[in-house]
Write a protein that binds this ligand. Structure first.
Ligand code: BES
Ligand code: ZN
Ligand code: ZN
Length: 498
């Protein structure tokens, strides 16, 4: 989609549709809506007075202008209460405007930036407008052979009437577009079903993207995975006809003497549970079990486009988890970096392949390691779909992630990683087992991973509840959300400033 910025006024701009916003309880429309109201002889004010438009969050009304101004139509969008305004609400409102206009069959629109006062920052609000719009307009339709409704919006013009603010708006818009497009790239990958996206294809997609953005990408096959003794990845992959892959994507970073950060993402392209097979209800959702892997690839893409001053490496162990004559079994004992692991259930496969990847990550001697994984159903029980679970060994890193989460709209919530929890992973026959009992499922998942980290600052994000939505939610359409891309990009941006 083409997004452009124009120094223009709403009452002068030519457009199929121009979007302006109004706060709930405002008697007089402010900002750009106020400008329009004057030109239209108080019509907007009248709508509000009569109670036909209340300005409630995400409320919309189309007004025809009948030639009174160059724009053919106006979309009024409600911002909700003024003192409740947040960047997340800006995204939501922008998303709503975009989908409403697409629903009308229009292909382009012009939008003003909601007036939010100084608090949120002009550039950030512009960024949120673009993010909300692009994320909301995303749809996954590769497999629809009959085009039900064809319209796609291909052009959005953002207008700003104050010349002083235009540089800030530009900055925000550019950022928003890069981040949202990276997230949508990730969503495309995550949404692909298991038959389309097996480990091999995941590797190819990473390489294709790397070529496009001038990044280094190595995809290791069976022989190299064997040579590196990634025994857990090999064992999990045994049940599948599809050979595993280990993806290494590197962005060298812009600048001198850069910090290295390694991102690790779970890349189970389909998780049946293996021999410990899952119940069939909603098993199809396990096509999303590589969301962590796709997110770390997308985050590197965004970081590269933004020229961020970090060397960032994404590692993705990719395999299917299937039952079969060759599959690994409950009771098996595997080894990863010298530790023996008793398999209690083959459905706790993510932590196994991540153990190998986390071990590999430490050879870069990174400043930090962050892993993302749809690791436990228990995370959905604990936090629902509003936040990703977070655990780790380094206060500063966790605090940075928390802040980045709040700002990006991809919140995280920390759970403790006290050493007492290690008890739950004690095995009678091996160094540890791959699951505890039913208690503290998210934490034991994290505790297991923590056993494969030496001293490096590390954070684990359990994205089981946030990687996809079954029904559209706020500015997210149903399916993969691309969670992690916005969070990690924000983390690096903030970190770079200090
Ligand atoms: N991929 C699943 C976790 C999952 C389940 C994510 C549902 C999103 C929705 C993971 O591999 C798994 O099966 N975990 C087990 C762990 C348990 C055996 C300790 C789970 O959550 O049941
Ligand atoms: Zn599983
Ligand atoms: Zn899984």
């Amino acid at each position: 989609m083409k997004i452009s910025i124009e120094k223009a006024r709403v009452d002068k701009v030519k457009a199929e549709m121009v979007v302006v916003s109004v706060y709930e309880k405002d008697k007089l429309p402010g900002g750009e809506a106020g400008d329009l109201d004057k030109v239209l002889g108080g019509k907007i004010k009248d709508l509000i007075k009569k109670g036909d438009f209340k300005g409630k969050l995400s409320e919309t009304t189309v007004i025809y202008t009948w030639g009174q101004i160059p724009a053919k139509r106006i979309l009024l969008v409600g911002l909700g209460k003024r003192d409740e305004m947040t960047l997340e609400r800006v995204r939501q409102v922008a998303g709503k405007a975009g989908t409403r206009i697409r629903g009308l069959g229009l292909k382009s629109f012009v939008t003003a930036i909601p007036e939010t006062g100084k608090k949120l920052g002009f550039s950030q609000v512009s960024q949120a407008v673009v993010e909300g719009t692009l994320l909301a307009l995303y749809r996954f339709r590769q497999f629809k052979t009959k085009e039900e409704d064809k319209t796609e919006i291909d052009r959005v013009t953002i207008i700003c009437r104050e010349p002083k603010k235009i540089t800030e708006v530009k900055k925000g818009v550019e950022l928003g577009q890069i981040v949202a497009e990276a997230a949508n790239w990730t969503r495309d990958l995550v949404n692909l079903p298991g038959n389309e996206l097996a480990p091999q294809r995941m590797g190819q997609e990473a390489q294709k993207m790397a070529r496009q953005f001038g990044l280094k990408c190595k995809v290791l096959g069976l022989a190299e995975i064997r040579r590196l003794k990634m025994n857990c990845l090999l064992q999990v992959a045994k049940g599948s006809r599809q050979p595993p892959r280990f993806i290494i994507l590197e962005y060298p970073g812009k600048g001198k003497r850069l910090k290295t950060v390694v991102l690790v993402g779970k890349g189970i392209t389909f998780d049946s549970g293996g021999i410990s097979i899952k119940p069939s209800a909603r098993m199809e959702e396990m096509k999303y079990d590589m969301a962590g892997g796709a997110a770390v690839l997308g985050a590197v893409r965004a970081a590269a486009q933004l020229n961020l001053p970090f060397r960032i490496i994404a590692l993705v162990p990719a395999t299917e988890n299937l039952p079969g004559g060759a599959a690994y079994k409950p009771g098996d004992i595997l080894t990863s970096s010298g530790k023996t692991i008793e398999i209690i259930t083959t459905d706790a496969e993510g932590r196994l392949i991540l153990a190998d990847a986390l071990t590999y990550a430490q050879r870069y001697r990174p400043e930090a390691i962050i892993d993302l994984a749809t690791l436990t159903g228990a995370c959905i029980i604990a936090l629902g779909h509003e936040a990703s679970g977070m655990l780790g060994n380094n206060r500063r890193l966790l605090d940075r992630l928390k802040k980045a989460g709040e700002e990006s709209g991809e919140r995280v919530w920390e759970l403790p990683l006290w050493k007492e929890y290690d008890e739950l992973l004690k095995s009678e026959v091996a160094d540890l087992k791959n699951v505890g009992n039913r208690s503290a499922g998210v934490i034991t998942g994290g505790a297991f991973l923590g056993r494969f980290i030496n001293k490096t600052p590390w954070a684990h994000l359990d994205i089981a509840g946030t990687a996809w939505v079954d029904k559209g939610k706020k500015y997210m359409s149903a399916g993969a959300t691309g969670v992690g891309v916005r969070l990690l990009t924000r983390l690096f941006q903030n970190w770079a400033k200090k």
